[in-house]
Design a protein around this ligand. Structure first.
Ligand code: UDX
Length: 437
């Protein structure tokens, strides 16, 4: 089939390459010429395991361009542009609106437009009014991929969700998308067909649930800190109950990234618009608990070191999660910036995130007190404390004795509860976890 993918960020670029992997002819379209140039050369513009290989393997079926008119050659059009957080917390729909507006002149009768972006409930209904006069049909097919596993999640999703219009158009849309995803459906992947509103809500409900799970365990970490309990053992014990489950119960410095934080805020804003803000008031607590985790690290360091003024602090981790170079709303980078603003000299190390972080640090005017590197051993040299803020494997596997020998003081704050506490203590470190000692 001939497919266009509008928006070539983390979601769209991986989706485009994955559709080519399924055997389709794919055109990726984006307004950013540098991104398109890189993709066209088969070079991933961001770090995502397996994505480079996928691009190269499917180069013959993949074209990237900034020219929207090329979409006229395709029959199925995925809209995968970003919906960042607006100043008031709601989802900024500028990119989705302009993608649809730009695409409409090139649509033909019987084309299918498939929205993948995370949008406020009611968006598909509204956009449908722009698409249907062309004879094309709109459907909504939310994406649940995790960064770091984007390729795997796109090609082998837990489930496919189709939001379709009522009646014959819905049946047509379902049949066409089934053809696009034939290879995935052949693996017995559950496929759920529902109306627009339900499909839109599935995505934000899933992310809200995940965020709530993380903030629940972080609330337990706050209690553990004042009672001497160990939140990791608590999570293990409640996680054996299959109704609860152990996944997403890792306490630490909380969630970040381009999805969870802005999706819960956007969902709250939309519920308020709809007059049912009370239904989601708990998500404000989820957000507050999450943001408190970041200040907790600064508090623990202040407790241990007294004033942070003039101290040198190493932070391991810049990306919001391991195996990613994404620094959007990253707790690790936020903490490093707070420490720098408290008078400390901070060196942040990350295998991938150090590159995008440099520009942000300069923009924030913090380059005199916060530097970034990919060398995590250089970062700890002469440091008064080490904060582990992103659980990259390379950090977890480090030799505590060798690290201790490089530091001015042996203090480690394990912001992700990812280190083997005993081996760090045996190496002479004062170890502070999040809800565990
Ligand atoms: C998330 C959803 O998981 C995915 O389904 C959706 O499509 C997009 O948003 P992603 O943003 O890639 O994916 O990251 P995820 O793995 O969910 O982690 C989000 C944040 O939560 C990270 O900062 C991570 O460190 C944190 N986290 C995760 C915890 O603090 N504790 C946990 O137990 C799990």
């Amino acid at each position: 089939m001939k497919i266009s993918v509008i928006g070539c960020g983390y979601l769209g670029a991986v989706h485009a390459a994955s559709m080519a992997e399924l055997g389709h002819e794919v055109i990726g379209i984006d307004v950013d010429p540098a991104r398109i140039e890189s993709l066209q050369q088969g070079i991933a513009p961001f770090h995502e395991p397996g994505f480079d290989a996928l691009l190269k393997k499917n180069a013959s079926r993949l074209t990237f361009t900034t020219d929207m008119s090329v979409a006229a050659h395709a029959n199925v059009h995925f809209v995968a542009v970003g919906t960042p957080q607006a100043a008031d917390g709601s989802a900024d729909m500028t990119y989705v609106n302009s993608a649809i507006e730009g695409l409409v002149p090139y649509l033909s009768e019987s084309d299918l437009v498939v929205g993948k972006s995370t949008v406020p409930v009611g968006t598909a209904e509204r956009l449908s009014a722009h698409v249907t006069p062309t004879g094309a049909v709109l459907m909504w097919n939310p994406e649940f991929l995790r960064e770091g596993f984007a390729v795997e999640d796109t090609l082998s999703p837990d489930r496919l969700v189709y939001g379709v219009p009522e009646g014959a158009d819905g049946d047509t849309a379902t049949a066409v998308l089934d053809e696009v995803y034939a290879a995935i459906l052949a693996k017995d992947t559950p496929r759920l067909v529902m109306n627009f509103a339900t499909a839109e809500l599935v995505k934000v409900a899933a992310n809200s649930f995940l965020a709530t799970k993380i903030s629940f365990i972080n609330a337990m970490a706050e209690i553990a800190d004042v009672t001497g309990a160990n939140v990791t053992q608590l999570a293990d014990a409640i996680g054996y109950d299959t109704r609860i489950g152990r996944r997403f119960l890792n306490a630490g410095i909380g969630f970040g990234g381009g999805c969870l934080p802005k999706d819960i805020r956007g969902f709250v804003a939309r519920a308020e618009e709809l007059g049912v803000g009370d239904a989601l008031s708990f998500l404000k607590d989820v957000d507050d608990i999450n943001m408190r985790r970041r200040t907790r690290v600064v508090d623990v360091l202040t407790e241990e070191l007294g004033s942070l003024d003039g101290k040198t602090i190493a932070v391991w981790g810049i990306s919001f999660k391991p195996d990613s170079d994404d620094i959007r709303d990253s707790p690790a980078l936020d903490i490093a910036e707070s420490l720098a603003c408290s008078g400390a000299t901070v060196v942040s190390a990350d295998p991938e995130g150090w590159k995008p972080a440099q520009a942000r640090v300069e923009r924030a005017g913090l380059s005199a007190s916060l530097t970034t590197t990919d060398n995590h051993r250089a970062a700890v040299t002469g440091a008064d404390a080490l904060v582990v803020a992103t659980e990259w494997k390379v950090f977890q596997e480090e030799d505590a004795t060798a690290i201790g020998a490089l530091m001015a003081q042996k203090l480690v704050v394990d912001g992700r509860n990812c280190l083997d506490a005993n081996s760090w203590k045996e190496a002479g470190f004062r170890y502070r976890g999040m809800g565990r000692t």
